[in-house]
Design a protein around this ligand. Structure first.
Ligand SMILES: Cc1ncc(COP(=O)(O)O)c(C=O)c1O
Length: 398
């Protein structure tokens, strides 16, 4: 077998699941492909109705929805924002762009979500927001997080990039914070390539959100006939996606039951097929508390060591299967260090970052693909993978 044969099972593979082509053609035929056309409105309305959110605004990405958080919360230089170190860089960058100081919290070792027990000690008079990230679409401990936030008068804003249609104690993720952000990047359950949404749970923020998303103008009010001209009224940027993308996304959202039931099967298959092997080799499989309905965004495993994790990724690659790891701890990154991050600050994050591997997971994954992945995993020889060439290690490691 060649060292790295062409891939047979990709980590991700975005596919059309419904009327994507038809709706994009309709958007073109309507000669309305800039922002806030018919498909943007339909996608916003679908999400508002399904989630019970007062206002949803599609955005160009989750990153941009997060940037809108920071503007809407009035973040000023020196304000502090508490967030997990174990997250994507956009969660923190959005606030740092406005001058905030990130305060990194560690994660729980079971769900890999923000450790709510750390929050109280991290809240100061400068704290403006707590940002729970519902990792893998499994809800953070929202009861405790909201209690601490309310008692200290701090806003909760949810990074729900992974968690659309997931629930915590029966309530949809994205409906707990004053604001929430969704991602429709091609790796997500529902996609339009690059895209996102801002969920606004506090109606008092709706009008300003519309303005910020429309370059700081009151153009949305103008289109509704509420003002006779539009003008520059606030800071803002261009955060609204083309209606072509919204058309693609709306077709995907219409198929939400089909997509979610497929992903549930994929997740359950991995879990059932790997649980015995995991137990035998001290591998940790995802933990979903009984009161959380997950969004079936990903399937990850925690290997005992970095070497074994890197060995498994290389082993799967030799079997033409792509698997990936993430996130590198933000507090240990170059930028994180500039904000005072030091090794040892978030021990669970540091350990998990070395151990985590994500298996192929997408809307076109077949049972044959999954059998191939599981078969290759079960063949992984732990004894031979302990010493690895340095180039296979993701970063400097003692
Ligand atoms: C937790 C989290 N937040 C934000 C983002 C950014 O999403 P987008 O690519 O839509 O900007 C990601 C990307 O995967 C993510 O994982």
């Amino acid at each position: 077998m060649p060292e790295n044969p062409p891939l047979l099972v990709e980590f991700n593979h975005p596919v059309m699941v419904g009327k994507e082509n038809e709706y994009m053609a309709q958007a073109i035929a309507a000669a309305r492909i800039s922002g806030d056309g018919q498909f943007t409105r339909k996608a916003n309305a679908l999400l508002e109705q399904q989630l019970g959110v007062p206002k949803v605004l599609l955005t160009t990405s989750c990153t941009h929805a997060l940037e809108m958080f920071a503007i809407l919360l009035g973040i000023q230089p020196g304000d502090e924002v508490i967030l997990p170190s174990f997250t994507f860089v956009s969660t923190v960058n959005a606030f740092v762009l406005r001058g905030a100081k990130p305060v990194f919290a560690d994660i729980r070792p079971d769900t890999l979500n923000l450790d709510e027990k750390q929050l109280e000690a991290k809240v100061t008079s400068r704290t403006k927001a707590i940002v729970p990230v519902h990792y893998a679409g499994v809800g953070c401990e929202m009861d405790a997080i909201l209690e601490i936030a309310h008692s200290s008068n701090v806003a909760v804003v949810e990074d729900n990039a992974h968690g659309l249609f997931g629930r915590y104690k029966g309530r949809y993720l994205g409906t707990f914070g004053v604001l929430a952000a969704q991602s429709f990047h091609e790796t997500k359950n529902f996609t339009c390539g690059e895209g996102g949404a801002l969920l606004i749970n506090d109606p008092a923020l709706i009008e300003r959100a519309e303005i910020i998303r429309e370059k700081g103008t009151n153009r949305s009010r103008f289109f509704r006939g509420q003002v006779d001209k539009y003008t520059w009224v606030d800071i803002g940027s261009s955060y609204l996606p083309s209606d072509l993308l919204a058309a693609f996304l709306f077709a995907q959202l219409e198929q939400r039951e089909k997509i979610q039931s497929h992903r549930q099967k994929v997740w359950n298959y991995y879990f059932e097929a790997l649980k015995g092997w995991a137990l035998a080799h001290e591998i940790v499989l995802p933990c979903v508390p009984f009161y959380c309905d997950q969004s079936y965004h990903m399937f990850y495993m925690l290997l005992p060591t970095l070497e074994l994790r890197q060995g498994l990724i290389a082993h799967l690659r030799r079997h033409a299967i792509e698997s990936v790891f993430h996130y590198l701890p933000l507090h240990q990154s170059d930028m994180g260090k500039q904000f005072g991050g030091r090794t040892g600050d978030c021990p669970v994050t540091e350990r998990v970052s070395d151990q985590l591997v994500r298996l192929p997971f997408h809307n076109a994954l077949t049972s044959v693909d999954q059998e191939r992945v599981v078969e290759a995993i079960l063949e992984y020889d732990f004894s031979h993978e302990k010493i690895l060439p340095v180039h296979l290690l993701c970063r400097g490691h003692p």
